[in-house]
Design a protein around this ligand. Structure first.
Ligand code: PLZ
Length: 449
């Protein structure tokens, strides 16, 4: 496939180049400083310290150049230091850095909300509000759903990830490391089974019937304010629900006056080969949460949805000192313009074809790969002991370590810790993507030999 888009987004040479072992000596010095200064509760998957990044590479303090197949967890979809982002941030930061939108507003905030209203699924009348992080967007989605319905119960799913604040920890499924020792958690949060085709063997409608029956029996439709779901689960293992699961859930919500919240924080902004992952199933959510890919790396998050729901909140009920900060909004407008100008929705689709073809070929040679799944530039392999569905987390960790040592940044995820996920910047040059996949392939071979 010819490389249709991109690349001169950065002055950095687009190559993998190792001049030391990883982490190199200067990174190790920084790690020693860090140990004496930085909370041990925050860990780094690969402690090489970065000085520059762009296109498909990360350059470290020792002069190593690594292939980036993680995009900072699906954030720098437009590339690190993308030109339009840099340009608009520079201009904004020199003009003014903060007023607080709740005190004296500015155009950038309005323009980002207009873009969100235009780009999210559905042609109905919408409103948006801006925040600093994904977790904060989710918190506010729950506030809106409760205010609009006068109900309190919220339903989340097995394997869900929605954040690390108190309410979003309650919504997140996995205990270690996200919730362990941090309770008590917010009340009135319930959990329903997710559609996980590799593990449950159910069709979408079957899995939806199972989930709906549990919600009906254990929560009650008339008590439920909202159902929140990632249209493709991220941290939980890049789980793509079986076709029909999301639409059936949405129908049940509509029939019961329950707000359907799509958490598109990881899946949004072109990542899956659609602007938003709900589009793959024609699902139009009542509320959508966004962050990550929205602003090329600056902290910005959005809540977008039905005007009648969002505007049911009393004036002053939603806000925060920094939410929709002018510099972050400038970055957001730069990132959105980049996605549209470079055709990154299509580009993500192209990357997905390459990724799925290559990973399926690997699966045919490596029986430790139990499942290959995903959409667009959000794909994963799940490791199992050959011939079973038993999670092979040690294999997964060893493969990731081997890839890291070879200078390829790949991330793991999954409730069982046995999934390698690939979510490269959408502007990655194709030869680098292939090289990264070659190294992954070799790593699996070496670990399972
Ligand atoms: N909802 C679907 O993926 C963030 C966090 C990883 P914040 N996921 C990566 C970690 O270990 O902290 C995420 C997400 C979905 C919400 C969030 C939360 O977004 O910006 O990290 O708060």
């Amino acid at each position: 496939m010819t490389d249709t888009v991109i690349a001169p987004t950065t002055g950095l040479v687009q190559e993998r180049r190792l001049v030391t072992d990883l982490p190199g000596p200067r990174s190790q010095e920084l790690s020693a400083r860090r140990a004496a200064a930085v909370s041990a509760g925050g860990s780094s998957m690969l402690p090489v310290y970065i000085t520059a990044a762009g296109g498909g590479v990360l350059v470290d303090v020792d002069g190593n150049s690594l292939i980036d197949l993680g995009a900072g967890i699906a954030v720098v979809s437009v590339g690190n230091a993308a030109p339009r982002v840099v340009e608009q941030v520079r201009e904004q930061v020199a003009n003014f850095t903060h007023t607080c939108f709740m005190i004296t507003p500015y155009e950038g905030y309005v323009a980002v909300c207009e873009a969100l209203n235009r780009l999210t699924p559905g042609r109905h009348e919408k409103r948006s509000a801006l925040f600093n992080s994904g977790a904060e967007a989710v918190e506010n989605a729950v506030k809106v759903a409760r205010a609009a319905t006068g109900r309190t119960s919220i339903v989340a799913f097995d394997h869900a990830y929605h954040g690390r604040t108190n309410l979003t920890m309650a919504l997140t499924a996995k205990s270690m490391p996200y919730k362990h020792s941090f309770g008590p958690f917010a009340s009135d949060v319930y959990r329903a089974p997710m559609s996980y085709p590799f593990r449950d063997g159910l069709t979408g409608p079957e899995a939806a019937a199972q989930a709906i029956s549990i919600i009906d029996k254990q929560v009650g439709g008339s008590e439920t304010a909202a159902v929140i779901i990632e249209p493709i689960q991220g941290e939980g293992g890049f789980i793509v629900p079986a076709p029909g699961f999301l639409p059936a859930l949405l129908d049940w919500c509509t029939d019961n006056g329950v707000v359907f919240i799509a958490d598109e924080i990881q899946t949004g902004f072109a990542r899956t080969g659609a602007m938003f992952a709900c589009e793959h199933e024609g699902v139009v959510p009542d509320l959508v949460t966004t962050a990550k890919g929205i602003a090329g790396g600056l902290p910005l998050a959005g809540l977008t949805g039905r005007a009648d729901l969002i505007d049911s909140v009393h004036p002053g009920g939603l806000g925060g000192t920094y939410g929709g900060n002018p510099v972050a909004c400038a970055a957001g407008l730069g990132a959105i313009a980049t996605i549209e100008e470079l055709g990154l929705v299509d580009r993500a689709g192209q990357l997905g074809t390459i990724l799925l073809d290559r990973l399926r070929a690997m699966a045919s040679r490596h029986p430790v790969i139990g499942d290959v799944r995903g959409r667009g530039a959000m794909v994963a392999i799940e490791f199992v002991w050959p011939g079973t569905t038993e999670p092979a987390a040690d294999v997964c960790a060893a493969v990731a370590r081997a890839a890291h040592a070879a200078g390829v940044v790949i991330l793991t995820c999954g409730t069982y810790g046995n999934v390698i996920r690939l979510l490269p910047p959408l502007v990655i040059p194709l030869d680098l993507l292939h090289e990264g996949l070659d190294i992954l392939d070799e790593a699996i071979g070496a670990v399972t030999a």
